[in-house]
Design a protein around this ligand. Structure first.
Ligand SMILES: [Mg+2]
Length: 241
């Protein structure tokens, strides 16, 4: 298919929700496991389902049961909803995100959204930021594995838009997004300012933007950005990191 496909991550990419999300996730984990969780960075898989699995294995020496996972999702969604009521500004879209999605579609791009988060909390964030929920193609509901999630999002986008997309660009803010793109042979546009942006460049991103305010520049970078250049062994090992 001639039309290129842009697949956007949510937290830290389309939505400026990294802080509130992390706060709610860690407080629910701390409450349910009676621990004091400050960071999940040691989790081998950076997805909600993957982190919960890692937490239970670490603190309960077993995998979480389905009811435990459901209880986690429900509490986490409730925590985010409370924050949304109290401080809606913590759920803003990244600057320029909505106009960019419109612009891309006008320019003939196909657009999808995928996330390592669960769909319920992902939809809450997209609605809060007034972004198109119908573009969410895959989430942690589908798999704890980030590569599998994004691969599935692409397959669903192919089905939705009736054709196999040859050029795919992942737009993401995490080092794990770089690894997913490298594993799947997709181009990558990083999103992050200051130190976060520098980390993405060091991690192999060939193009990084602070935000999406300059639509023409973002479009130019989306057309030109390349598959991140990280050693394949590192991509395979750490796509799950
Ligand atoms: Mg992210």
């Amino acid at each position: 298919m001639n039309a290129p496909l842009a697949i956007f991550d949510i937290d830290g990419t389309l939505c400026d929700t990294l802080e509130v999300d992390d706060e709610c996730f860690c407080s629910v984990a701390s409450e349910l496991l009676q621990i004091s969780l400050a960071s999940w960075e040691e989790s081998p898989q950076v997805t909600d389902a993957g982190i919960v699995d890692w937490l239970w294995r670490r603190y309960r020496s077993r995998a979480p049961t389905q009811p435990e996972i459901e209880a986690f999702v429900a509490r986490y969604e409730a925590a985010l909803s409370r924050q949304l009521n109290q401080a809606p500004s913590r759920f803003a879209a990244t600057r320029g995100a909505a106009p960019l999605l419109d612009c891309l579609r006008r320019e003939g791009w196909h657009v999808g959204i995928a996330t390592g988060g669960w769909s319920r909390t992902a939809l809450l964030k997209l609605r809060a930021a007034d972004l198109p929920v119908e573009l969410l193609f895959a989430s942690s509901d589908d798999s704890p594995d980030r590569v599998t999630i994004f691969e599935l999002a692409k397959r669903r986008a192919d089905a939705t838009y009736h054709g196999i997309h040859e050029r795919v660009v992942l737009i993401g803010d995490g080092l794990w997004d770089i690894r997913v793109a490298a594993s799947l042979g997709w181009a990558l546009l990083g999103v992050g300012c200051g130190e976060r942006g520098a980390r993405l460049r060091q991690g192999g991103a060939t193009a990084v933007v602070d935000d999406f305010l300059d639509g023409n520049e973002v479009l130019r970078l989306l057309r030109g950005c390349a598959v991140p250049s990280i050693p394949l062994s590192a991509a395979a090992a750490s796509a799950r990191a």
